[in-house]
Design a protein around this ligand. Structure first.
Ligand code: CU
Length: 125
């Protein structure tokens, strides 16, 4: 019992699940959700570590930050992801951070290979 509509139904049945499978990948980019010190916050003291919380796991070899202070770029150590949560990246601060405003430029490569980048700032009292 075959109807002429059968082929188009078959196509719809195949395309729909594929579209639904493809949708989550579009949201798998690593977006910056929060950070420590928080964006636009005023830290009471110079942080020892800059911590970034992404929406997805990131590749530490291709994810990192640069930080510009009031005078110069701040020297930073090697970024590392949390042992239990690949979405958390920590970057040790090695240079001095005198009082002032700091701009952080971050770039990330998610575990799915997609690249994202952004910028935020905070201040040290
Ligand atoms: Cu992605």
């Amino acid at each position: 019992m075959s109807s002429p509509r059968f082929p188009s139904r078959l196509v719809a049945a195949c395309v729909l699940p594929l579209a639904m499978l493809a949708a989550p990948a579009a949201f798998a980019h690593a977006h910056l959700k929060s950070q420590v010190p928080a964006a636009d916050s005023v830290a009471a003291a110079a942080p020892k570590t800059i911590e970034l919380h992404f929406s997805e796991g990131v590749e530490p070899a291709f994810t990192g930050i640069s930080m510009q202070g009031p005078g110069a770029a701040v020297k930073l150590g090697k970024p590392a992801v949390d042992a239990h949560d690949k979405a958390v990246l920590r970057v040790p601060v090695q240079g001095a951070m005198p009082a002032g405003r700091y701009v952080v430029n971050w770039h990330a490569v998610a575990v799915d290979g997609h690249k994202t980048k952004g910028q935020y700032s905070f201040s040290v009292k």
